[in-house]
Design a protein around this ligand. Sequence first.
Ligand SMILES: Cc1ncc(COP(=O)(O)O)c(C=O)c1O
Length: 446
Amino acid sequence: MTSMQHPTDTPQNISLDEFWMPFTANRQFKARPRLLESAEGMFYTDVEGRQILDGTSGLWCCNAGHGRREIAEAVSKQIGRMDFAPSFQMGHPLPFQLAERLVDIAPKGLNRVFFTNSGSESVDTALKVALAYQRARGQGTRTRLIGRELGYHGVGFGGMSVGGMVNNRKAYSVQLPGVDHLPHTLDIERNAFSRGLPKQGAELAEPLERLVALHGAENIAAVIVEPMSGSAGVILPPQGYLKRLREITAKHDILLIFDEVITGFGRVGEPFAAQRWDVTPDIMTTAKGLTNGAIPMGAVFVSEQIQDAFMEGPEPLIELFHGYTYSGHPVAAAAALATLDIYARDGLLTRARELEIYWQEALHSLKDLHHVIDIRNTGLVGAVHLASRDGAPGARGYEVFEACFWDGLMVRCSGDIIAMAPPLITEKTHVDRIIETLGNVIRRTH
Ligand SMILES: Cc1ncc(COP(=O)(O)O)c(C=O)c1O
């Protein structure tokens, strides 16, 4: 049994064997575990009492920082009042209230909300709504879905199929049929060390025209992209690229889905990336920051016009045969409402904009360190891209990630890319500490 002493509370010895950890090198982790125990503000505390600055908002989700009492109180109050109520053929006020609040901050026109429990479920919901919408409006031949290389849309079969991160796909032989991928937009040769959106690459949207020419627009249901790819290592849309995707999809009457699971709720300086980059999709997926990570919940936004297409048949008929036991869960909805209150009160949904230049210049100060081949940033998100070691892709990135942790900083590594997205309550002193720790670690990494 792999076990460790638990210093503060019972049980004294916990076994590390039984929990099969997600997206983790289990054997490596269990040989030297990184176990977090509490969190407050910008910091985690691990089981040995060490403070770790949260450079990643947990997993891109704790946008308002940790230990928010208002969320804890809302959750505990709601559990006491009503722990659960179904949303199938029944209702309770909270998800209605929440949907209304969400529409207030959403891109104009996205005024209908479907609740899920995660980003993966939001993506699968969006893809299913897109397919069902095409049938509902009499365009049932539109079944093909188009994603993008290096895209990450969660781990459901739908999200995996339209996603483009090879390790997430290759072990699973079954993918959705009829899926194509646009080229990714990472172009270090032309765009290295861009500040904000890179200048080169709007033409990377043009292959969509080729896919339309290949398959016929009448066979394509939707295109799904992250406005900014987070998980693959902060890959930004080139200037003009998203607008071009919007033009091409509109021209061919293809739905455009933005997966804003990471970019949503203030990460790039507006409530949603669609607003920051002034491109409105037809469907938008969210999760993570919706509840500040405190309780699992996702939300899919669609236009009224899309929902209306389903409202044609006899009224006693269920219009969309889709949903989750926990869609609109009262406790999650209470957490989300409390989170939205904090975002509004503290101005967090636009705070990244205020810190953006400071964050950008701090990040780019690492430019001349050895191994650094690119630095990318927007809002309060950024990445330092390291050269891979010969024959060992990902090894250097992992070492940097691990060393940062033991030096008191949580970052993420995606291969040899170090990604950061600190909570939106970050102060300049935290930025300085992130850059100092990461810089020192890179300096001593061979
Ligand atoms: C863009 C995007 N979509 C979907 C997901 C999946 O979310 P979840 O892990 O909540 O299923 C993620 C998670 O990182 C994501 O970044």
